[in-house]
Design a protein around this ligand. Structure first.
Ligand code: PXG
Length: 298
């Protein structure tokens, strides 16, 4: 395995960054998690666009332009797929504020650190995709945009981690997070969908969510499959009364929910969740960038 750090490749054991890096000291930075399926990178453009968006919001200047970074990601993936003889992988692209002093002023940081890791990921064992995840409704609320916008995919995940710890103590796999008004937002690393009377519903961005790339894909898939889909406010009683509930994320892909706060979801996995899940590989192969030629699908 070779890890890219600031223009050089390092073996895994030697892939290290400075303790003065503000990504480490303050969680000051942004990241993306991206999947590689069959030697093709899923929605690379969308992930890069979100990375530049997040970086721009926190006034972080990524030291490569878009096309340059895209080329680097593809090359680092190629090198690692060849070395490990992999067809599938997971890319972690991290840009931190870089090395500074012990104060939090980012002006003291010389230049951003760019890291690209290509590894394997399996968030959940196969049985969870058949039986579903148990989730709790967390007591930790998602911060609103005037506190720390959930639209920024930053290195600051403590809010999500606290919710995850709460889920762990309840022997659940995930935690559903509400916003300050009590509306459902998302889970700790996944967006959430419900199905009610054959309509697929997911919370709108303005309630305070990360606009997931898998979430957008599922909305697309519903349209392609003529399944009614809408963004709408969801409260706790809508969630508890749903016919089906599922989560979406790069790591988890599309995964059904079986229980919420100990109460069973009516259907798990439900027919619509299953239809969407089954169509997903077809959608993925269409929306992926081959790592071996310059030609990109999108
Ligand atoms: N909400 C939050 C808060 C997230 O962190 C998603 C939704 C789903 O977005 P995508 O674009 O992945 O569909 C995320 C994803 C992983 C992983 O390996 C994902 C995230 C963070 C850490 C790991 O899936 N964020």
């Amino acid at each position: 395995m070779k890890v890219f750090i600031d223009g050089k490749l390092y073996p895994k054991e030697e892939a290290k960054i400075s303790v003065w890096d503000h990504g480490f000291l303050y969680g000051d930075g942004v990241f993306e998690g991206i999947r590689v399926y069959n030697k093709k990178i899923f929605k690379l453009n969308e992930h890069l666009e979100r990375l530049y968006y997040s970086a721009n919001v926190i006034d972080l200047n990524i030291p490569y332009d878009y096309q340059e970074l895209k080329g680097i990601v593809k090359e680092v993936v190629r090198i690692n797929l060849e070395e490990e003889n992999w067809e599938n992988a997971y890319i972690r692209l991290v840009v931190s504020r870089g090395v500074g002093d012990l104060g939090l002023d980012p002006r003291k940081c010389s230049k951003p650190t760019v890291v690209i890791i290509v590894d394997k990921i399996q968030l959940y064992p196969k049985e969870y995709y058949e039986k579903g995840l148990k989730v709790i409704i967390s007591s930790f609320r998602r911060p609103s945009a005037d506190i720390l916008s959930p639209r920024i995919k930053s290195l600051n995940y403590l809010n999500n981690i606290l919710a995850k710890i709460e889920a762990n103590y309840s022997n659940c796999q995930e935690a559903v997070m509400l916003n300050s008004q009590g509306y459902i937002t998302e889970c700790t690393a996944d967006n959430i969908f419900i199905v009610k009377n054959d309509v697929v519903i997911t919370p709108p961005p303005y309630v305070g969510i990360l606009e997931g790339i898998t979430r957008a894909s599922v909305i697309d898939i519903c349209r392609e499959l003529n399944i009614k889909v809408k963004e709408d406010i969801i409260d706790i009683k809508d969630l508890i009364n749903a016919d089906e509930v599922f989560l979406t994320g790069t790591g988890a892909e599309i995964i059904p929910v079986s229980e919420i706060n100990g109460k069973k979801v009516r259907y798990c996995p439900g027919d619509i969740t299953t239809k969407i899940r089954e169509y997903f590989p077809k959608y993925v192969s269409f929306w992926s960038t081959p790592v071996y030629d310059e030609e990109t699908v999108k």
